[in-house]
Design a binder for this molecule. Structure first.
Ligand code: DLL
Length: 439
């Protein structure tokens, strides 16, 4: 198993050695930010921080957090550390409101980014024999170009189909013998459904798809099982995580053991904090992930609050890597719904839904305010429209879903069954929550 490690020196480093490297890089980064980014310089001055004062990794706690708002307030290039001529690429991620967050890469940053992605796709089982179709949208989103260069680095054959145009995606998959797909979990599932629909002309065994490098949105183990079963034929998928503020994909990803996402720790120093108080939590606790990108230079990122909820396991993995593993993202602190005092993550509902016969894995959560109280409606799609005609069966199914979710959340919810193919499909990140509380 050890042989499928892209960079054994970095990925199997002794922890003491790794921590020494992290400390050295952290001190260099603090010094660099102090000298090159006014935003950080002013903050350091205010808090009396200098590189010399960082004596051990936990001294990072004296540095204030950086947030998405900081990036937005300094839109577009206020946090960049180098003159424009040294920036060779820009990406941006659009939020729902306000300015997008813009990130810039020096040539060295692109080099590091490709290395980070190379390790993760290799750990998932891709290699120079892979034919990989990238179904992420090419553009300001980091997903497509990030995976693209990482996959080229390991020598895979990249097919940059981009997102959308399902017909063409499927044709290329069949004609080129694509064996690996890069997509969001929801789009990978949608493609499988679309492939099945064309089953008479093009049966599923015409596809050679074996591996899915899925990421950019959450995917519960239950949803993953569903995706794998939909493609069938031994299809296996792994989860990879990242965000544009931290280069993009490549921060962490699962190896074939699928027991947590290996973090590229020589580049990323991670902490887990209580998202309310901001306190750093004990190792192993669940909370908000905070990441320092130790090697980034175009737009350095110190103690960035991701808002993603996870926990980190520092034990060595069976695959031979020593790098810490983060759990699959449990949710986002800002995606967490508070319904009548109870915290609800969409992933909890997804886990409950999958495995129930007669419904598709596509769902939508509608939140409303009725009087002074919030209500949650779970809209679930039927697979077979004929069920709509049999009231008794429909009601039995609705009750079953209702009881299963209620048992998990402990609050009353409304379940609505809707006709097949009426819940929107997404080629990019799926949007599962419709929040009508402010309307
Ligand atoms: O989604 C980067 C990426 C692209 C990662 C392709 C993996 C594959 P952003 O558009 O900036 O960057 O969105 C970042 O997406 O904070 C998470 O909330 C969510 N996210 C990303 N990967 C995962 C994942 C890219 N594997 C935001 N599981 C992050 C759950 C994920 N959520």
């Amino acid at each position: 198993m050890e042989k499928h490690i892209w960079n054994p020196q970095a990925e199997c480093m002794d922890r003491k050695e790794l921590e020494a490297l992290q400390l050295e890089r952290l001190k260099a980064l603090v010094d660099y930010c102090d000298k090159n980014v006014k935003f950080y310089h002013d903050r350091f001055e205010k808090h009396g921080i200098t590189a010399d004062k960082i004596k051990c990794l936990s001294d990072i706690q004296y540095i204030p957090y950086t947030t998405k708002e900081d990036l937005r307030d300094n839109y577009p290039f206020g946090l960049f550390s180098v003159p424009q001529k040294e920036i060779v690429r820009l990406h941006a991620s659009s939020g729902t409101t306000g300015n997008p967050t813009v990130v810039g890469y020096t040539r060295g940053d692109l080099e590091n980014w490709s290395e980070q992605v190379a390790r993760i796709v290799y750990a998932a089982g891709a290699d120079e024999n892979s034919i990989v179709q990238i179904c992420f949208g090419y553009g300001m989103f980091t997903g497509a170009l990030g995976l693209h260069y990482g996959l080229e680095r390991i020598g895979a054959t990249v097919v940059p189909t981009s997102s959308g145009n399902t017909e063409k995606q499927l044709k290329f998959m069949r004609d080129f013998g694509t064996d690996t797909i890069v997509a969001t979990p929801s789009y990978c599932l949608y493609l499988a459904e679309s492939a099945k629909e064309r089953g008479i002309d093009f049966p599923l065994d015409q596809y050679k798809l074996k591996l899915g490098l899925l990421g950019s949105e959450g995917c519960t183990p239950e949803m993953r099982k569903q995706i794998e079963e939909s493609w069938g034929n031994g299809f296996f998928c792994t989860d990879n995580y990242g965000m544009s503020e931290l280069n993009g994909p490549g921060m962490s990803g699962e190896c074939i053991m699928r027991n947590g996402l290996h973090i590229n720790e020589d580049h990323f120093l991670c902490e887990v904090i209580d998202s309310k108080s901001g306190d750093v939590l004990e190792k192993g606790s669940t909370g908000e992930l905070v990441v320092t990108n130790l090697t980034k230079r175009g737009i350095p990122m110190l103690r960035y609050r991701t808002k993603d909820i996870t926990n980190i396991n520092y034990e060595k993995c069976e695959c031979g890597r020593t790098t810490a593993r983060m759990s699959k993202i449990i949710g986002r602190s800002d995606d967490m719904l508070k319904i009548r005092g109870v915290n609800v993550f969409p992933t909890q509902i997804e886990s409950a839904l999958i495995g129930i016969d007669s419904i598709s894995p596509h769902y939508q959560l509608v939140v409303r305010r009725e009087g002074f109280s919030d209500t949650l409606e779970v809209r679930v799609e039927l697979i077979d429209a004929s069920l709509l005609e049999v009231y008794g069966e429909l009601e039995k199914l609705r009750r079953r879903i209702h009881d299963k979710i209620k048992a998990i959340l402990g609050i009353e919810i409304k379940v609505t069954l809707v006709e097949p193919k009426t819940i929107e499909r997404f080629t990019g990140k799926a949007k599962r929550i419709l929040d009508l509380r402010n309307q």
